[in-house]
Design a protein around this ligand. Structure first.
Ligand SMILES: [Zn+2]
Length: 350
């Protein structure tokens, strides 16, 4: 945008809520609210090691990534049938549409389910049906990204890819998530090469708890088109230059970073530095049921804690989210126009 309208700071919360945005870093299993975990456990006769919704919610006092993952996998154990995956994804998409998310690129972790005897087909069909219905009901565009669990072996990732081949048209790319430290991108070089050959988009978590070297390897070894998190890039000046020069998107998740103690608090988050350096940063919710908020909570709390962020940064973050998405170019252009119109409307006090 060449001329940016003046927006009073007291209109900033309204702007953050109203702007159309893409969410590019959301793990669908991380959108399972305790209420839904209990309802699905009851429906499916699954025993949970928590007596009540409150007991489960109070267990969400994580100290690091691993302590979160332990509870996350326990929560996912209630998902057995296609309808369970459908209900989970539809609930997320309805919630995201309320936050003016017009495009969601959703991670799913098939290995979390196939390891429990749930078929790939059950997972993919339930999630896809929710994407189609959410588009019809709320106009939200949604796509799936199959994510490999990095604490498992590359051989197991290959097996998962093999199981997913009949559903190639149902997901747009692959990612890499779960425990980062000790599981560098190099471990998955061959399976990601195969995914690129198949024409799939490639993204990877890197630089959350892991060092900047993991971001370099995600780019150079895996061919990642986007880096999920990447907030530790600020520790490496050369990496920062490259990310800025090549406009490589970072899908930043501020509330997640604080909950998992990547940063002590939002006021010390590296997001302003990333934007200042010209990186294509975006704001996302990661695992919203577990980290205390959906995408608009991430926007409002981050801007409240970092007063140097202004309306132009809000526009930039939303603009970056569309530029970074894997949606068709015509859709991306339309959303950018909606963004522009929204900013002008809020500037006019409308
Ligand atoms: Zn994540």
């Amino acid at each position: 945008m060449t001329t940016f309208p003046t927006i009073a700071s007291d209109h900033l919360p309204a702007l953050l809520a109203a702007i159309p945005k893409a969410e590019l870093h959301i793990h669908i299993e991380g959108s399972l609210e305790p209420e839904m975990i209990f309802a699905l456990a009851q429906r499916n006769g699954v025993h949970l090691p928590y007596d009540s919704i409150e007991a489960l919610r109070s267990a969400y006092a994580f100290t690091d990534l691993q302590s979160f993952l332990d509870i996350y996998y326990a929560g996912a154990s209630v998902l057995l049938h296609e309808q369970d995956f459908y209900d989970m994804a539809l609930a997320y998409l309805q919630r995201a549409a309320r936050d003016n998310v017009v495009r969601a690129e959703i991670f799913f972790d098939p290995q979390t389910h196939t390891a429990r005897g749930v078929a790939m087909e059950t997972v993919v069909r339930g999630l896809r049906r929710a994407c189609v219905d959410a588009h019809a009901q709320w106009g939200i565009s949604a796509a799936l990204i199959l994510s490999f669990l990095r604490h498992l072996s590359e051989e197991e990732a290959f097996e998962t890819l093999e199981q997913a081949l009949p559903f190639l048209g149902e997901f747009i790319g692959v990612g890499l998530d779960s425990s980062e430290l000790g599981h560098p991108p190099e471990k998955f070089a061959r399976v990601f090469a195969r995914c690129r050959e198949l024409g799939l988009h490639v993204v990877a978590h890197a630089g959350e708890e892991g060092p900047p070297a993991y971001v370099w390897a995600a780019l150079d070894v895996l061919g990642a088109e986007r880096i999920d998190h990447g907030v530790r890039a600020v520790q490496d000046a050369l990496l920062m230059q490259r990310l800025a020069r090549e406009r490589i998107p970072l899908t930043v998740c501020p509330l997640s970073n604080v909950k998992l103690r990547v940063f002590p608090d939002l006021a010390r988050h590296s997001l302003p530095q990333l934007l200042q350096a010209g990186l294509a940063a975006t704001i996302n919710s990661d695992d919203p049921a577990y980290f205390g908020g959906y995408i608009n909570d991430n926007f409002t709390q981050t801007f409240a804690a970092l007063p140097q962020l202004d309306a132009r940064d809000a526009w930039q973050l939303a603009h970056n989210s569309f530029a970074a998405s894997f949606a068709p170019e015509a859709d991306k252009r339309a959303w950018q126009q909606q963004l522009q119109a929204c900013v002008e409307r809020v500037a006019d006090g409308g």
